[in-house]
Design a protein around this ligand. Sequence first.
Ligand code: ZN
Length: 445
Amino acid sequence: MFKLNQLSQQSRSKIKKAMLILPFIIIAVCVILSHSKDQRKYVPLNIQSTAAPKAEVKSTQGKAHTKTHHVASVPSYSYTIKNGDNLSVIFSKLGLSYKSLLSIMEEDLNHLSLDTLRPGNKLLFWIDQSSSTLTKMQLQFNPADIVQFTRVKGGAYSYKDISIKGDWKTTALVGSVHGSFSQSAHKLGLSITEIRTITDLMKDKLNFTRDLRAGDKFSIVHKVQSVRGVKTGSRELEAVKIVNRGRVISAFLHTDGQFYDENGDSLQRAFMRYPSKYHRITSKFNPYRLHPVTGRVSPHNGTDFGAPSGSDVLATGDGKVILTRDHPYAGKYIVLQHGSTYKTRYLHLSRILVKKGQFVKRGDRIALSGATGRVTGPHLHYEFLVRNRPVNPMTEKIPMAESVAKSDMKKFAAKRDNLMQMMKEKEVLLASQHHSQNNTSHQSL
Ligand SMILES: [Zn+2]
């Protein structure tokens, strides 16, 4: 996995001028920062040449055709992230100061987008060659999801989400079980995430290894995103139907991002509102918060609770630990993924009690709160993200109920019927196309 800066040993007070020890997958590198007159000085990195990104960094200078649709000017460099890469090494290879990386991380504290970079993602750099200043950097997660940092006064960077909506195409797919469900679904073109979502959703109603029989039919409806005809890799499952020996089990995505069965009963456990027993809010969710010093918008994408250091931090929903990090500004933090729609983040922890990849249940103790990162005092910063966009976990209609609200039922039923119709049409179409083929396979069973 690609890791950024895992600052396992850090001193906040010294962060800008001290020695930072950065352990990461392949090698350990010491970056010694000191202030020279241009505020940029490097001790050469003692690394293996194979780990150096320099050879891979493609200069796009003067190649006008590499210009993207999202920016006005051609980037100085573009770089595709590989396994084991480290952003601080990439910066130093490009002659960019670690201070500029810290400035970007400081702004990214409110978004933590750098920590979600994965191998294959692209970085674009705009560098003022005369001063070796990074004027702009883009993170391209895919052709639709792009984040941009632009240098502003005082060497700080502003953050901008320049993601585009793209085209979402809704398609129904119909298949039958031969071998395992995962194999059959994969063959049909479902992604690993989609398969995982389905088995998660249905696990209380269906034992995928024991109950399913060869020939059991399943249908799904999903949305697939593309930008100018190129698939971005983003998908959203809308409906699932499995016919298990004549019994129909189905799931439909509601507008709240949660899956419900055909009667509107939730297939996912509801969330808890609070991640700790301390409910006193010391700082509210505020997407328009103005930074007291810079005067720029610096959103507070979470809710702060006044919890003393060492308090239990609880997972607010069933989920999987997808990230644990030590960030110079966000401190020790955890990201949980809940189904395909939701994520929760817990920042400034004193101790992380879970490991990446681990599954947790709602109410599980996952960490102890603290005051790590840049904080004025101990507290728990809690974020709730819907499709990667932060929402106010105290006021948003996050799934906390066991079924679709009565007032929403009409809307839910209309969408459900529409999705069922889509699956039915596809089933009928395939049945007529493969009639003779199906007969043969039934006989052979
Ligand atoms: Zn906060």
